[in-house]
Design a protein around this ligand. Structure first.
Ligand SMILES: Cc1cc2nc3c(=O)[nH]c(=O)nc-3n(C[C@H](O)[C@H](O)[C@H](O)COP(=O)(O)O)c2cc1C
Length: 212
C-alpha cells in the first residue's frame, strides 16, 4: 500500500515536471526566446544583418547533400501568391554541370570555386492566370532570399546571380541544364564555404523611411 502510494507520488511528480517543461517551452517560444535562453529575435536579426553576397569560396570544401537539401527546404518555406508555390529547384554539384553554367554566365564566374549551385526556377504550370502570372518572380525571389539567409545561418556563403528577365541568360541556362521550356530560371545561387573575404554592408538609411 505504502509502496503504491510512493509510486503514484513519483509518477505524479514526473508528469507535473514534464508539464512544467512543456509550459515553459511554449511560453518561451511565444515570447521569442530559445530553450537555451538566447533571444531568437536577436539571433534572427543578426543573421539578416550579417548576410552578404559571398563570391569567394574555400576551394574543394564540399557542402553536404543534406545541407543543400536544407537550403532548398528553407526556400520552399517562403510565402507565395495564393500559396501557388510556382517553383522548381535544381541543385548542380557536378564539375561538368557547374562548368556548363560558368561558360555562359559572365556574372556568375565565382561558381567555378563554389561547391554547388541552386538554380531557382518558376514553373509556368503553377503560375497564376492573368495579371497575377508575374507574381512568380516575387514568389521565387522570396524563396531565393530564404536560401541566402539559411546559408548565412549555417555558416555557408551564397550569392544571388541574376538570370530572369534577361532573355539570353534564361535561354542559356535552360539549354545548359536541359530544362523543360516550362521551367524559367530566375537566378543561379553559387553555394560554398566562405573564405571570409566578403563582409556585410550597412545599408540602413533612416531618410528612406516615410511615416504617413
Ligand atoms: C536580382 C539580383 C541579381 C543579382 N545578380 C548578380 C550577379 O549576376 N552577380 C553577382 O555577383 N551578384 C549579383 N547580385 C548580388 C548583388 O550584387 C548584391 O546583393 C548587392 O551588391 C548587395 O550586396 P550584398 O548582397 O552583399 O548585401 C544580384 C542581386 C540581385 C537581388
Amino acid at each position: 500500500m505504502k509502496r503504491n502510494f510512493l509510486k503514484t507520488g513519483v509518477i505524479s511528480l514526473y508528469v507535473a515536471g514534464l508539464a512544467l517543461v512543456a509550459a515553459g517551452m511554449t511560453a518561451c517560444c511565444n515570447s521569442g526566446c530559445k530553450a537555451d535562453g538566447q533571444n531568437t529575435a536577436e539571433a534572427v536579426l543578426a543573421n539578416i544583418a550579417n548576410r552578404k553576397s559571398v563570391r569567394h569560396f574555400v576551394e574543394g570544401k564540399e557542402v553536404s547533400k543534406a545541407d543543400l537539401e536544407t537550403l532548398v527546404k528553407a526556400g520552399m518555406a517562403a510565402p507565395t501568391a495564393r500559396n501557388s508555390q510556382p517553383w522548381e529547384f535544381y541543385i548542380v554539384s557536378t564539375p561538368e554541370g557547374k562548368q556548363a553554367l560558368v561558360d555562359g554566365l559572365p556574372y556568375a564566374k565565382m561558381l567555378a570555386q563554389a561547391s554547388a549551385a541552386i538554380v531557382v526556377c518558376g514553373n509556368a504550370e503553377y503560375m497564376l492566370d492573368g495579371e497575377g502570372r508575374e507574381y512568380w518572380v516575387q514568389d521565387c525571389s522570396a524563396a531565393t532570399e530564404n536560401i541566402l539567409l539559411a546559408a548565412e545561418a549555417m555558416g555557408l556563403g551564397a550569392v544571388w546571380t541574376g538570370v530572369y528577365p534577361v532573355r539570353e541568360r534564361v535561354k542559356f541556362v535552360q539549354e545548359a541544364l536541359s530544362l523543360p521550356s516550362t521551367h524559367l530560371p530566375l537566378c543561379v545561387i553559387p553555394v560554398g564555404y566562405p573564405t571570409g573575404e566578403d563582409q556585410p554592408k550597412d545599408k540602413y538609411k533612416a531618410d528612406r523611411i516615410y511615416w504617413k
